[in-house]
Design a protein around this ligand. Structure first.
Ligand SMILES: Nc1ncnc2c1ncn2[C@@H]1O[C@H](COP(=O)(O)OP(=O)(O)O)[C@@H](O)[C@H]1O
Ligand SMILES: [Mg+2]
Length: 354
């Protein structure tokens, strides 16, 4: 069988750069090398693209940029060649032969539709959601608008644009009245809980607002009513025919599932399958499917939700390129549903090339 020429893109100009390195290392260790010829493309935190030819360990521990044989990469959509090029000094650039791309990038410039649009221009099939659903899933206000329209229950919210904030006190009071205190402030376009805060008073509101705008980078945040309860997630895969994985549950003693909780499991634990009734489990899977379809997701997405105190489910957000280490939530939920990690990788690539 002819091997599939797969480009794995890692790193990225995003605050989730370190998460991408871990996800990518796991994927590269588990992928079936008999099925794929792998090209590793790294993006530095300053946005430089390189062909990387070093070890997985150096990639994972962020030493990949020190390799002398890294070569700059460019891209083009010319009549002769669509795709990536190896840039060389004084000699013509060499086109890279690639059949499919697996972007293992989280957050800004990787998961938000920008890269997906670029890959579409280059006519390269890629794993995961298309440019539009990636962009909508990344933007917490757009997610609310589309999901609510589709009848997916979401927390009450307000979107706030930086240029409209003239009186912080008045804004706080409006939010306190509409959403009740404490409420959440979240960067609209971020992930891994960067720029997410639970606000209990005006002073906290002011610092949280500044931080949320900082992490958003596009001048938009959302304020959201606090949902009392606990968080669950569900893994969904597919283009048209959808496969729903298991449902997991987050146990945390913190006010929110923050970066340390997510990646170091500080004061947090994940239970897969979730310790909920059969009925609630099925409802969670159904809601995850509805959100996936409402957003026109393709390939894969992890759908995050809350179980409220009165045992109803409220949707929170979609992660179109979820954490992808062998122990990350999306692969774990798929494993629980019978799909092992290497098989999951194959299926996602097959879906991309469909
Ligand atoms: N409305 C809410 N009610 C309660 N907790 C929330 C709410 N919104 C966010 N959180 C907490 O903050 C965390 C991060 O928020 P989330 O919307 O998932 O953003 P991110 O994209 O950074 O993961 C969630 O995992 C949850 O713990
Ligand atoms: Mg989240």
């Amino acid at each position: 069988m002819k091997k599939i020429k797969l480009a794995v893109i890692f790193g990225g100009k995003s605050s989730e750069y370190p998460v991408s390195l871990h996800s990518t290392a796991s994927l590269l260790r588990q992928i079936n090398r008999e099925r794929y010829d792998i090209t590793m493309i790294g993006i530095s935190q300053t946005g430089d693209w390189y062909l990387y030819q070093g070890s997985i360990d150096d990639l994972e521990h962020d030493h990949w940029l020190t390799h002398a044989d890294n070569r700059p990469i460019g891209f083009a959509c010319t009549k002769k060649h669509h795709g990536f090029f190896l840039l060389q000094e004084d000699v013509p650039s060499i086109p890279l032969e690639i059949d499919c791309v697996f972007p293992v990038l989280h957050g800004k410039n990787g998961e938000d539709g920008t890269l997906q649009g670029m890959l579409e221009l280059m006519q390269l099939p890629y794993v995961g959601c298309g440019h539009m659903s990636s962009a909508i899933c990344m933007d917490k206000e757009m997610t609310h608008i589309v999901c609510e329209r589709a009848g997916v229950p979401c927390a009450p919210y307000m979107a706030v644009y930086e240029h409209q904030v003239t009186d912080e006190k008045a804004l706080y009071e409006q939010a306190a009245e509409q959403l009740k205190v404490p409420f959440f402030i979240k960067a609209c376009n971020a992930g891994s809980s960067f720029g997410v805060h639970k606000v209990h008073d005006f002073q906290e509101f002011q610092t949280a607002l500044t931080d949320a705008f900082y992490h958003d980078g596009k001048g938009k945040v959302i304020l959201e009513a606090t949902i009392e309860g606990f968080e669950i997630g569900c893994a969904v895969m597919g283009n048209h025919e959808l496969f729903v994985g298991s449902v997991d549950e987050i146990e945390t003693s913190q006010e929110l599932f923050d970066y340390e909780g997510k990646y170091e499991m500080l004061n947090s634990a994940i239970h897969c399958p979730a310790r909920i009734s059969k009925e609630l489990f099925a409802q969670a899977q159904d809601l995850a499917l509805r959100a996936y379809q409402a957003m026109n997701c393709k390939g894969m997405t992890r759908v995050d939700m809350f179980v409220t105190k009165d045992q109803t489910i409220i949707f929170n957000e979609l992660n179109t390129i979820p954490g992808f280490t062998a122990t990350s939530r999306y692969p774990s939920m798929m494993k629980e549903a019978g799909i092992e990690f290497p098989d999951l990788i194959d299926r996602l690539i097959d879906l991309a090339m469909e």
